[in-house]
Design a protein around this ligand. Sequence first.
Ligand code: ADP
Ligand code: ZN
Length: 623
Amino acid sequence: MGGVPELTPLDVLRTTFGYDGFRGEQEAIIDRVVGGGDALVLMPTGGGKSLCYQIPAMVRPGVGVVVSPLIALMHDQVTALENLGVRAGFLNSSQSPDEQRTVERQALAGEIDLLYLAPERLDLARTQEFLDRVSVSVFAIDEAHCVSQWGHDFRPEYLKLSVLGRRWPAVPRIALTATATPATRREIVERLGLPDARTFVASFDRPNIGYRIEPKQQPLRQLVSLIRAEHDGDAGIVYCLSRTSVEATAASLVKEGIDALPYHAGLPASVRSANQSRFLRADGVVMVATIAFGMGIDKPDVRFVAHLDLPRSIEGYYQETGRAGRDGLPATAWMAYGLADVVQQRQMITGSEGSAAHKRLLGQHLDAMLGLCETLRCRRQLMLDYFGEASQACGNCDTCVDPPTPWDGTVAAQKLLSTMVRLKRERNQQFGAGQLIDILLGRRTARVEQWRHHELSTFGIGTELIESQWRAVVRQLLAAGLLAVSSDGHHTLEITAESWPVLRGERRVPLREDAVVRAGAGRKRAASAVKGSAAAGDLSTDDRALFERLRAWRSETARDASVPAYVVFPDATLAAIARQRPATLDALFTISGVGAKKLESYGDAVLTVVRGGEARADAAPRS
Ligand code: ADP
Ligand code: ZN
């Protein structure tokens, strides 16, 4: 490294990224790769995977090549690095041949330390010959689970990546993913040809995310009150199952004065990319989306992820909610879940075309997800358990904070089930939850009269519960498999083999009492919690005012430079500045997230805002 002073990884972490120390296994991983060894890194979203390859690429001589499937995000990733003073570039199909040639020239001349590449390029002879001439310091394979054929993100191009080890055996490789299952891990090692990789598994816990699952009553109103009470002005993602509900929900939020945008695969590509870009760049946009949205979105300040429909598996749910709070600040994962969700998903599985084995697998995933919804235990503990990680009750989920009351639902279950048995035996009829509940409550509706259900001996035997409680009973029996959705396509319910021991009194049915979502419950929370962004959670009133001024300065600066706001400074850094109120550049430099380049670019402006002055994003005021 003729003449160039040698930088240690810690130097780079401190000077370039402005952080004090490594997190978890980052240091060991970086040492392994800097030393020329291969590594497989399993870390949850927000765990800090990027530094694990960025720092080796900067410390080792040559160019680090990052293979990433997320072409749409490469530009932002490179801009963020440039803002830190890191020399980086990317090559993908969005560029003109001229732009590509420029980047190639820079790589050959050693003028960049990091080069992002789309995986399909590596299959081209042209790219391979180009890489033969570049001195490659490390190959990083991001989102490495895309190589798994059974996973949810399979990309055939990833199978070709085994060429890296064969063609450039001397270059260390690091594969990274946030997918935890042992099967995926084995597949990555085998298919990428990484037998000598040392595996680093981080804890999958995300303690800063508070998990909450509420009974679904008026989902939109529940969502709006969550946003108003706890996430006013925050960026968030709202997941819906269908395109129609994405559009309807986004429109309703906008009507409520919330800055929301829709995203689903049915929108034109240009609208999708414009909406994604606004979500990434502007502060406080709420994206309403199908699960087509989100992979690789590395926006660190997403403060909440809301689910208005039941996810199909715990894996999917954990990945989606993991997009909240990557910056480590408090964030919320919230879901509204109800009887209709269970009926719909069970119906979808029964009616699907797949093989019996496939349906069984879908059924198992759904059962685990329902188990999470109906649990009396700590939700986080249950999820980590599912991923094979032991943990304690967390204190930051709804079942920890406000433990649900268990009650003995045996008699209620017997009343419901025996009504169903009677209808079937005496009249060969099957009905859905609505009619069954009307019968139990003794309501003489038009449909009850039409079917003469008031003549049943179980008519009106369930008045000790109200309708929402009966719906909760049906939902929990369905979740537990003590009831089933029939395959007639009409969402009617039927008895299962498991129902009989309950009817015979041989099996008890413990249920959880739903937290009651009263009108005004949201308002009550709003009054007790300080309104506003959760990122500023522990700031005093004065500090919070400064934080908001810093955010305003950041918005303007980001807009003028057309970069995402978090590329200027993440929320955590602004909160630390608001708390510590540095008076000098030296003091500012000690704050986590302030590196040398950012000190130079923004230091004076930040100090002016801290002093209470008006800092322009731009020396010449615009009109
Ligand atoms: P991942 O790719 O694993 O989802 P990132 O690499 O995007 O996570 O890191 C998540 C956030 O944590 C980023 O904002 C990053 O800058 C920050 N971060 C990573 N490592 C550290 C560290 N050692 N100290 C402080 N912040 C860190
Ligand atoms: Zn908990």
